[in-house]
Design a protein around this ligand. Sequence first.
Ligand code: KE4
Length: 436
Amino acid sequence: MVETALPSSPRIASETLFERARRVIPGGVNSPVRAFRRVGGTPAFIARAAGAWLYDEDDRRYLDFVGSWGPMILGHGHPRVVEAVREAAGQGFSFGAPTRAEILLAETIVERLPGIDMVRLVNSGTEATMSAIRVARAATGRDRFVKFDGCYHGHADGFLVASGSGTLDIGQPDSPGVPRTTAADTLVARFNDCSSVEALFDAYPGEIAAVIVEPVGGNAGCIPPLEGFLEGLRTLCTRHGALLVFDEVMTGFRIARGGAIERFGVQPDLATFGKVIGGGFPIGAYAGPSHLMRLVAPAGPVYQAGTLSGNPVAVAAGRATLELLDQAAYDRLEDLGAFVERRLLEAIGEHPVTLQRVGSMFSLFFRPQSVLRVDDAMDADIDRFARFFHGLLDEGYYLAPSPYESSFLSLAHDEQRLTAFAEAVGRHLERVFATA
Ligand code: KE4
């Protein structure tokens, strides 16, 4: 029997908690995208999760398409991960000393990634990307780097220029508080447009240390790379002596067993990770060939550190997660992605809505044309998206609460639930397009 959502009812507990939260936490949340700013209304305060389901404080159940923004690729509370976390926690929480388990996780990551010899674990994707740029600057002796409009690489100062994700929700792609001198080193190119990168290399000859890119844009909605885009970046970086950095915090171990490197067959000089490799616990990583990674202290002079880096409990969760992500798991995720795409395209029908998907990450854009970069995503009908989002939420489907985010499938999703989801999408598209 297809499990259905609990009957719709106001989220009194969440509203009360949100009011209380905003008195002691900026905006009532510890990360802006959670605040429903772009879709309006009160965020659901989640009490617990299991499998593909979230349960909020009003005991309403939602089929989860956020998955903690990517980490929960197995579904919530996988018993093997729970057991690994319990066992690790029973041995102690944190030692500030090297452990065997960190080696095993590093070896697992390296084994899966073509062209990658070494990895440094950190505590977030932000730490990973900021460290990768530091290594690139040290390796090249150059200060500037190129990012793309609408790409989000975490909240380190230099990245908060023309960024994506939650910065778009609050209409602040360039954040106050970032010194002009810092922002000056951040050059912005157009996603899916190599000529805009070439123009920057021509304008700043010998000054660009790196080009950092989300190989699949995930922070302005799901935006696949055009044919030749990643290959073009590789050629330009090689020609101009800059490092190509794949920010795979979202795509890593999500869109293939070896992430975008494997899926697209383009070799970056450095790559960053997070989310999936922590199985829901705080983690990040940056990785590359030995000659670059040996620049990192204490092997080399590039300083980077972290009290909880390689935390034993987070490492245990990450190892258990990766162990379960064999090729069969990725084949299943691809099948689920293709299945939901077929069902959603049926639901979309003639409505002016575009679905874009790579593997088990996808987005619905409320515009008829394809979305090649953030400008296109911002040209979509945000108001209708908001009404669509809330209609689905009330029916027990939790999509990413922003048109500038990707939604995610997990191995806990199945065809029955995805069929019911697509039918609900069809109903709510009819509803929101029935009125002007
Ligand atoms: P964290 O510092 O949030 O762990 O990772 C930053 C980051 C870096 N690179 C990419 C490609 C990312 O997607 C992220 C973080 N992703 C967002 C979701 N769009 C995290 C959600 C949030 O900010 O709360």
